[in-house]
Design a protein. Structure first.
Length: 440
């Protein structure tokens, strides 16, 4: 079955009740809170990777501790595809709401294990083991979060606003990055290095945990959007995966490169903190400021892209910013390397983040619209988790390796350009979904 066939056969999905505007707004908050926590946790862990390494992985070599910390963060990516298949299929079988309640509960367990586990000096090897288990649980939950929540946003949006509603998934990433950066700066200014090492690094994770009860409360009250059984209610995760590959293989073949280019540009943007310190030799404070600027730009321009996608179509808003990013990526990195400083770092980081956010937000509208309701959650969950695991989890490693092997500080630009070219080719082959009713 092709994307065009799905769209041609699309019909409006039934709903037991039409929620009022206030209920819709609560639904948006309920849907995006999981994605917000994911990127908040990602950014916070990156800020405190050295401290976390020293707490849970003491070694004679500080570099070994840091590597162990980074590896523990990365291990969470291993369980994402599993979570994408299992929870995505569960959401299509049992409903978006039960799946989203499950993911936020599992996220709470994972964050709690990191925030409250005593250090290696207190409980020995049990400390890193507990932290690794926590990251595996969290990765499983996050793998199954994006599909159900994005499907919920698309299905609950009023007519003509699906783009705006779905864009909050990307905007929430910017909000999370901005919040994590702000808290990290405040803690660095307010605590001594000794206090930060002893207990201060746990504060951001505990603050993240405080959001979870609010998320649970809001998600419990949100209406279901999955509708009645589609005839595949008893399908197992494996059966759903086989059905996706059999009936929607061409759609998935388009979705992978679209998500790939968005993922790489997003993670290259997050890499700017490390890039500013290690390659541009700029102060750490300035690099953190660049992270905050990136977060603010993603927040603003993702929502703008959602509105534009509702007005002018998904394909235009996917393609134009991505083409502009291809054109400006190399000059932007040239400016940063030739004249490293606050003005060039902040402005170029903002430009790259804004263009990537606009294209990514429009993509996350079009992709679930290409899939029928019975596999919408699972389809997005599986592909998103796969792309994040393979490419998101390795972007910083690949970019660092490219810089080291080639000796070229412009290597990040080439990686963004190459993946964006592949993404644009897929976008050009993707049908417009703006006027189509959601496929049942």
């Amino acid at each position: 079955m092709t994307p065009t066939t799905v769209l041609d056969e699309a019909r409006a999905e039934s709903s037991s009740a039409v929620p009022d505007e206030a209920a819709r707004r609560r639904g948006v908050v309920a849907a995006v809170i999981g994605n917000t926590l994911e990127f908040y946790d990602f950014t916070t862990y990156a800020f405190f990777a050295v401290t976390i390494g020293q707490t849970f992985f003491p070694a004679g070599d500080a570099w070994i501790s840091l590597l162990a910390s980074v590896a523990t963060f990365g291990i969470g990516f291993v369980t994402r595809p599993i979570g994408g298949v299992v929870i995505g299929a569960y959401a299509d079988r049992a409903g978006r709401k039960p799946a989203m309640m499950l993911t936020i509960g599992l996220m709470a367990v994972g964050m709690l294990m990191l925030a409250l586990t005593p250090g290696y000096a207190t409980i020995g090897m049990a400390a890193p083991i507990l932290v690794v288990i926590g990251r595996l649980i969290q990765g499983f939950a996050l793998g199954g979060e994006v599909g159900p929540s994005t499907a919920y946003l698309i299905e609950s949006a009023p007519e003509g606003k699906r783009g705006l509603y779905a864009s909050w998934q990307i905007a929430s990433q910017g909000l999370a990055t901005l919040c994590a950066g702000t808290i990290g700066v405040l803690l660095s200014l307010g605590l001594s290095p000794e206090q930060m090492q002893a207990w201060g690094w746990r504060i951001p994770f505990l603050l993240g945990l405080l959001i979870i009860p609010v998320g649970v409360y809001i998600r419990r009250a949100m209406p279901e959007t999955a509708g009645e059984s589609t005839g595949h209610a008893e399908a197992t995760a494996g059966a759903v995966l086989r059905r996706l590959l059999r009936d929607h293989g061409r759609t998935l073949a388009l979705v992978v490169p679209i998500l790939l280019c968005g993922t790489v540009s997003t993670y290259v943007g997050n890499y700017m903190t490390t890039y500013a310190i290690t390659t541009l030799k700029l102060p750490a404070g300035l690099s953190i400021a660049a992270t905050a600027v990136v977060g603010a730009c993603v927040l603003v321009f993702a929502v703008l892209a959602g509105r534009l996608a509702d007005a002018y179509g998904r394909r235009l808003v996917m393609i134009v910013p991505r083409v502009l990013l291809i054109l400006v990526a190399y000059p932007a990195f040239v400016l940063m390397t030739r004249d490293p400083g606050p003005a060039t770092l902040l402005s170029m980081s903002a430009l790259i983040a804004a263009l990537g956010a606009m294209s990514g937000a429009a993509s996350l509208v079009a992709i679930p619209e290409l899939l029928p309701r019975s596999v919408r959650s699972a389809g997005l969950s599986v592909v998103y988790a796969f792309v994040i695991t393979v490419f998101g989890g390795t972007t910083q490693l690949v970019v660092t390796w490219l810089i080291g092997v080639s000796g070229d500080p412009l290597a990040p630009a080439w990686y963004v350009i190459a993946t964006s070219l592949v993404g644009v080719a897929a976008m050009l082959a993707t049908p417009e979904t703006k006027e189509a009713a959601l496929a049942a």
